[in-house]
Design a protein around this ligand. Sequence first.
Ligand code: SF4
Length: 393
Amino acid sequence: MKIWYCQFDSSKVGGLLNQEIFRHMRRVYDQHEISVPNHFLEIPRWIAVVDGLLGEPENADFREFPNGTKLGILAYLRKAEILLGSVLDSNFQQWLYASEWLGGHGWPGRIILGGYISDERVAELLTANSSVVWCPTVDALAHWLPDMYTGGAPSYRLFADWDTVPRLQLSRGCKHSCSFCTIPQGVEENEWADVLAEVDSFKPLSFRFVYLDDKTFGQAKNWTWLAELYMVIKEYNPAFEGFWVQTTVGMLTKWAEEWYFEYHIKIAEVGIEIPEDTFLKSFRKPYRVKALPGMFAALSKTGLEFVPNLIFGAEGQDYGVTADFLSEYEDQIAWCNLFILTTYADSKGAPGVADTGDLDETASGRSWLSMREIDEMERTVRSIMDWVELKGE
Ligand code: SF4
C-alpha cells in the first residue's frame, strides 16, 4: 500500500511578509551555523511519530508540495493510496481543495488528517470528500489502519542525515493563561521511557542542538532529566552541543546559571511579546517590564543565547517601545522571533474573531488594523529583520 506523508512547502505559506520572515530566519540560522532543512525550518515531527506508530511501512514516503492548488499536484497526489497530513489554518485551504478535487475525480484512496483547526473546519474537510477521516489524536490511527498500527516509537528513517534541530518533549501544557495562547492549561509530564525512545529516534539525524518542545520549560519538574539526556545524546552524536528551550522571564531569571552550566541549555526563547505593562497585563503575560533588568543580569553570567519572541499588530501598539527594548539589550540578544498577533478560535482569552483573516497567523491583515497601520507594522517588522541580520554579520 503506497502511503505518503504530505507536507505543503512552508516557505511559500501566507502573505509576502510571512514568506520574508521565513527566508530571514534561514539567514539568521546560517549566521549562527544552525543547519535546518531546505524547505522548512524543521522536520515535521508528526511524520516521525506516525511512521513509528505504523511500524515503518515499506511503501511509505515523505512528499512535500508547493503551497498552491495546481492541478498537476493534485493529479500527482492521486498516485498514493493513503495520504496523511497535518492541517493548520495556514494550509487548510490546500487540504480542502485537494480533498474536494480527489473526491470529485473518483480517487479510491483515503485521506487521513489531524492537526490544529477548529471543529467547523474539520467538518468542512469531512464533507468535502467521504474518504477523508479526521484523527484528533495520533493513536486514533489505530482505528483506520489497524493492520499497520504497531504503536512503535518515532522513526526519522525517512530523513536520514538531514541537518536539523530535532524536537523533544518532556511535558505538555503550560500553567499560564496568556490570552492569545491555545496551549492547554496545566502541565503533564511525559514518561521517561518515551522520552528516551524519542532521543534514540534522533540517531539517523545530523544535529548540534535539540529543541525542547515544552511550552514553558522549567514548569514540569522532570527538566532535570536533561543532564542525563545530554550524556545519552553526546555518546552517539559527538557534534551535539546542547538544548534549546522556550520559557518565561521569571524562569530564566531564576535558573539561567544552573540551566547553562549544569543542564547544557544553550539557547533560550522567551515571550517578551510587547515590552509594555499595559499590553502584558491585557495579554495576561506572566512578567512585567521591571523584571527585565534582573533577567538580563542573570543571563550575563552565562553564555546562553537569548531570543525574544515579539508580537506585532496589536491595536494601538507603539513599536517604539519594542525598538527601545531591542536597542537597550542589543548586546544580549542573539536574534528575534517575530509574530503577528493572531486571535485563534480557541485562544485562552480570545477577544472573538472578527474576521476569518484574523485566524491566519501567516497573513498581515487584521480586522482591527487600518491599511495604514498594517503598512506601519510591516515596515517595522522588516526593519527589525534588517537590524538582526546586520547585527549577526
Ligand atoms: S504564551 Fe507561553 S507562557 Fe503564555 S500560556 Fe502560552 S505557553 Fe504559557
